[in-house]
Design a protein around this ligand. Sequence first.
Ligand SMILES: Nc1ncnc2c1ncn2[C@@H]1O[C@H](COP(=O)(O)OP(=O)(O)O)[C@@H](O)[C@H]1O
Ligand SMILES: [Mg+2]
Length: 317
Amino acid sequence: MSAIAIKADELNFNYKNFNALANISFELEAGKLLALLGHNGAGKSTLIKLILGLMAPTSGQLNVFGEAPYLRRQRGALRIGYLPENVSFYDNMSGEDVLRYLAKLKGVGATRVNELLVEFQLDYAKSRPVRTYSKGMRQRLGLAQALLEQPNLLLLDEPTVGLDPLASAFLYDKVGQLTRAGCAVVICTHELSLIEPRLDQALIIGQGQMLAAGSLSTLRRHNQLPVRLHPLEVDIDGVTRVLQQPQFAALQPYWHGQYLQLPHAMDESLMSAMAQVSAHIVWREGELSLSDMFYHFMAKLPRFDDTAGLEIHACNR
Ligand SMILES: Nc1ncnc2c1ncn2[C@@H]1O[C@H](COP(=O)(O)OP(=O)(O)O)[C@@H](O)[C@H]1O
Ligand SMILES: [Mg+2]
């Protein structure tokens, strides 16, 4: 059995009296990739900071390799790679000096710095000030610094924002190499179609609540999801006429390209009405994409303010 990198049970976190995360439970094994998804202000970065041990949960259990990260950080024993959202460096330092400086803080030798400069294709620019680096080079430097200690858990907070497709692909390829080598990775991202083929698990949060968790196939089995069906060998106009019957209005069926989309599992009475149009309807089920599922879960949330917590925080001062 694989080692468990992260285990969260009924995790809650409050910023003062604002509940930023509520009852979050999930598990991530070593060598697997977890995509942490949610709207702006959902609580993704807050969860990352809890995993990093920068803050302690208000209630619930959080273990990273079997120990509470907050306590482990206090002992100085936590080895987690972290690329923060909007990473910034001392811009007048060279890429090499940035890595050397951080390596020293972490007790890592110069050989590792040289290795990373080559691996992240920064060797040619290592003596140039970071302010001359492109966005892609900065993110490569950001990932390189996260890997100085050869961590077995890596946390990436929106790592591909503003990157061109080639730079994103470079970053994701590196992530693939790391997971294959046994590193557990958590990525917050809004690039759903890019992350979909790469993730092992997704955790979708909205307004601090866990909306769905698991592999793509587990998410697709969620019983509240819409169903997408493609009728083969059938008179489409006949199907459309059936759908227009008033008793099916509540199902709000609509055509999504060649697929008929219905809110839940196929309705019995609709099936029999369809069978009258054509005796042998063969339905091919269409798979919902990660982005279809994301929109579905988000659509269920009430209207919200992305910065709700910060406003409460400011009001309390
Ligand atoms: N330091 C803080 N003090 C108070 N509220 C905060 C703080 N940081 C974040 N929040 C609030 O917590 C919620 C989740 O924020 P965050 O975890 O940054 O979301 P995400 O990363 O998903 O965009 C938001 O409502 C935000 O306003
Ligand atoms: Mg964030």
